[in-house]
Design a protein around this ligand. Structure first.
Ligand code: MG
Length: 448
């Protein structure tokens, strides 16, 4: 049985994600850790955060782990803290999920997301229900540390050219959506000498301002305010601020694939080395890497896969096409605030954000999803069908087919009985055509 999906376990708070679950996940982690070590536990701004965090703390203490309660903080802030002060972390967060959800995410001792095999071991303990609680005198120590966000921001600031950024006195509008980023992003920008205007900057787990997912249609006010105030750009986080998206000075949403490759291009101008991205990412990344003469490594979808590969090959940059960017000089995880600081550093060069987005090649994307009865069997049939056709194929995650002028990726969802189909090409029409080709392959395989 699986408990953890691509990003921990998530669901409706107090229905699926219950205090009992939080206690038992923490107990399972304690058993996995041999009842030794320190775990940092924190939450995002969701209403059920305190309830679930308290339960996780109780579970960890009952197993003899020492606990540091780091309070309310963005996920990357807690990850940074774990890296330096703890042996593991538990983050109570449902990231960009709807208001009613919450979730539990485990962090490894190096601050990266918990490795898959470790999660599988913890799942086994969880479903067996066999914990080995310690005797009364060995229950864990407890302390709080309110300094987690300050410590994190100090290190973000240290990772960029602070002096150069401060001199420019950028004007930035931020929409932190009442999520955990409200505790860090406005303060980071102020420290970097920016004039900061905020939207949704009070922490509020009812999310009265907008959905935690920073989609363009949820950010119309941000776009308007950027235009009205003549700001250099707008920035918005998801609920736990590991991701960030931007609006250019004209209030136009910056495509996250463009953002990813633009950042890669900038990093590669400063420092040469391999870069990493999932197979679902744009060809733009391949173009940027080729132009810089460096290697690009494709991974399975999931930021953990990107981060682990980056560590393995000592990559200079990596990330996903959803606003999740990883800067290894700071830490091996998606980090929204760090991405914003880097963007400011790029803009010191004098180019406006709308100009920067035009420095990477243009592509068009098309995507759809299709329900399928048996994902694995259908996937195997698709592979067999393609194998004889002479089309170049990649099977890192699902099936990716390369054509001369584009690609299509057919990928089974990790959480639903559907295939997701992504296509990319130099024209919109061709992207649609490739998407339909993928769809056709799946339908044919299912019928055969
Ligand atoms: Mg997130």
């Amino acid at each position: 049985m699986a408990l953890f999906g691509t990003n921990g376990v998530r669901g409706t708070a107090n229905e699926y994600i219950t205090p009992e679950m939080a206690v038992n996940v923490a107990r399972s982690l304690g058993t996995y850790m041999g009842s030794k070590g320190t775990v940092a536990i924190g939450s995002d701004t969701r209403i059920s955060g305190q309830m679930l965090k308290s339960a996780a703390i109780a579970g960890a203490l009952s197993m003899g782990l020492s606990v540091i309660d780091v309070g309310m903080a963005p996920t990357p802030s807690i990850q940074y803290y774990v890296r330096d002060f703890a042996d593991a972390g538990i983050v109570i967060t449902a990231s960009h999920n709807p208001r009613e959800d919450n979730g539990i995410k485990l962090i490894a001792g190096d601050g990266s997301e918990f490795p898959r095999d470790g999660e599988r071991d913890i799942e086994k303990i969880y479903f067996s229900g066999e914990y080995s609680p310690v005797s009364w005198e060995k229950t864990g120590d407890f302390k709080t540390d309110p300094g987690v966000n300050e410590y994190y921001l100090r290190n973000v600031i240290r990772s960029v050219d602070t002096e150069a950024i401060r001199k420019r006195r950028f004007r930035v509008v931020v929409d932190t959506g009442c999520g955990a980023g409200a505790l860090t992003l406005p303060f980071l920008l102020k420290e970097l000498g920016c004039e900061v205007l905020t939207l949704g900057a009070q922490v509020d787990g009812t999310f009265p301002w907008r959905n935690p997912e920073p989609t363009p249609d949820a950010l119309t006010e941000l776009s308007e305010l950027v235009k009205k105030t003549g700001a250099d750009f707008g920035a918005a986080h998801d609920g736990d601020a590991d991701r960030i998206v931007f609006m250019d000075e004209n209030g136009a949403f910056v495509n996250e694939e463009v953002l990813l490759s633009m950042m890669a291009k900038y990093v590669l101008e400063q420092k040469k080395g391999p870069v990493v991205t999932p197979v679902s990412s744009s060809q733009r990344m391949a173009d940027v890497a080729a132009e810089a003469g460096v290697e690009l490594h494709w991974t399975a979808v999931g930021s953990i896969n990107v981060a682990r590969k980056m560590m393995e090959i000592d990559a200079v940059f990596g990330g996903e096409g959803n606003g999740g960017l990883i800067f290894p000089e700071h830490q091996y995880c998606r980090d929204g605030a760090m991405a914003c600081a880097k963007l400011l550093e790029i803009m010191v060069g004098g180019k406006k954000l709308s100009e920067l987005t035009k420095t990477v090649p243009e592509y068009f994307n098309a995507k759809t999803k299709v329900p399928v009865g048996d994902l694995q069997a259908t996937l195997e049939k698709v592979k067999a069908e393609v194998a004889g056709s002479g089309v170049k194929m990649d099977t890192i995650d699902g099936v990716k087919l390369y054509y001369e002028d584009g690609w299509v990726l057919i990928r089974p969802s990790g959480t639903e009985p559907i295939f997701r189909i992504f296509a990319e090409a130099k024209t919109e029409a061709r992207a649609e055509e490739l998407m339909n080709r993928g769809l056709e392959l799946v339908r044919k395989a299912e019928e055969s």
